[in-house]
Design a protein. Structure first.
Length: 445
């Protein structure tokens, strides 16, 4: 039975509201320091394909420090203030990125300097994220997590959409590099508002025996079901990162879409995501997270790469807009459901350590996948060909490779146990019946 939000403890309800507001400010910061803005800045600085793959991969490498953050939280017994400090440091460092052209560095080292800054910033932000995840898992009851984080993701997605729209318009309007510098400076201001909002969150007392330093690394691996979840998560992150570092470069450099079109693309994702994340969240509360993840990963592996490839083969921009709908559908399912399954697969006692190991291993696998993407792109250039005036490029090959890996992730997910989880086929059957009743209501009588 679904518990209404109004029946929750007032401290919990207040924190859920503040968390949605905080997430909105932080999403603006993230959108203005990643994606097209960051890749555009890297291209302006003259970055090589290897440096572009690095800047997209090092945030994952930073996750290897997460167990240390979990240990410090267990040592001090407080996650709220530690997460606040880590967040502040990780976000304020982006002021150096905003003023990079004024630092007097040789032009040849500027791209790698930005990569290093992203890495250092990500170390602190990833540590904060680990503590935040364990902390919010104790705040939000399990029976409303799907709905709440689905709604939160939808609201945050709309804010991110508006942030992307504003940044896209501004980046195309103002000359380089001033456009990137102003966007990143405003991003830091938005991030600081999010840091302040942390202070208004409720933090329940930590219960149970906390794990020591050695146990922080070992204990999560002793749980058989959590190990199975980790295997899926590691595989999934690797599959995604085989293509992820070059999607924005493909849109900007290969398809010549420009920042404004990418901003409009994010608008479609935000609007569609507002509905899809809420619906997926409700479905996950009822049918479990595994089926939702399975459907989402197949969409991310088949529909998204196919639309990117058709964009390049046909020069028809409608495939670009269609990819935004698929993006919202796929990630609206995957994001909250993987988050909830990570929590459901880990015990409440010492949960920060479990989330930290999850971050460490997925970060390592994602970094390796991202690092491989650059040499794979170079290798696939040997297999480029043109038929009838239509060119098949190295980007298309890497999208196919990543797509196949993504679409088969459900096989690795199957052994993970989840209480009261429905089979994927039953969920798909339910979705089919619901759509049939919606489109042909007279047939359901």
């Amino acid at each position: 039975m679904n518990t209404p939000f109004s029946a929750l403890d007032p401290n919990v309800r207040r924190t859920m509201r503040f968390s949605t507001l905080e997430g909105s400010f932080v999403q603006a910061f993230l959108n203005w320091t990643t994606g097209s803005a960051l890749i555009g800045y890297m291209l302006y600085l003259g970055a090589s394909p290897f440096e572009i793959s690095l800047v997209g991969s090092v945030p994952l490498l930073a996750q290897i420090t997460n167990p240390f953050a979990a240990y410090f939280a267990a040592l001090f017994g407080r996650r709220k203030y530690l997460a606040t400090i880590f967040s502040f440091v990780g976000r304020v460092l982006w002021l150096f990125a905003a003023f990079l052209p004024q630092l007097g560095l040789p032009e040849s080292v500027r791209p790698m300097s930005l990569v290093v800054l992203v890495l250092v910033s990500s170390v602190f932000q990833s540590a904060a994220g680990t503590l935040w995840t364990a902390w919010m898992a104790d705040v939000v009851p399990q029976n409303v997590r799907g709905r709440y984080f689905g709604v939160r993701a939808g609201v945050v997605g709309v804010v991110g959409m508006l942030a992307n729209l504003a940044a896209g318009w501004f980046l195309d309007l103002v000359a380089e590099p001033l456009n990137f510098q102003i966007v990143m400076g405003v991003a830091v201001v938005s991030a600081m508002v999010g840091v302040v909002l942390y202070l208004f969150h409720y933090e329940p007392p930590v219960t149970g025996k906390q794990l020591g330093f050695r146990a922080t690394f070992i204990e999560p691996l002793r749980h058989a079901n959590f190990r199975r979840f980790l295997l899926f998560a590691v595989y999934w992150q690797f599959a995604v990162m085989l293509a992820a570092p070059f999607v924005m470069a493909y849109f900007l450099d290969e398809a010549k879409l420009g920042f404004r079109n990418i901003a409009y693309w994010s608008v479609i994702i935000g609007i569609a995501g507002l509905f899809t994340t809420t619906l997926w969240g409700r479905l996950a509360d009822r049918a479990g997270n595994k089926a939702v993840i399975s459907i989402g990963t197949v969409l991310a592996g088949v529909a998204m790469p196919t639309s990117w490839i058709l964009l390049g083969l046909t020069d028809n921009i409608w495939f670009f807009w269609l990819s935004a709908v698929f993006d919202a559908m796929a990630w609206g399912a995957i994001g909250p459901a993987v988050f909830n399954l990570a929590l459901a697969s880990s015990p409440q006692t010492g949960r920060a350590a479990f989330i930290a190991i999850y971050g460490l291993l997925t970060g390592a696998s994602g970094f390796i996948g991202g690092l491989l993407s650059a040499p794979l792109l170079e290798l696939f250039k040997l297999l480029e060909f043109t038929v009838g005036g239509v060119s098949w490029t190295a980007f298309h090959w890497i999208f196919v490779l990543s797509g196949i890996a993504r679409a088969t992730a459900w096989v690795v997910l199957r052994p993970v146990e989840e209480e009261n989880a429905w089979r994927t086929r039953d969920v798909l059957q339910g979705i089919r019946i619901s759509w049939r009743r919606l489109i042909f209501p007279w047939r359901s009588r």
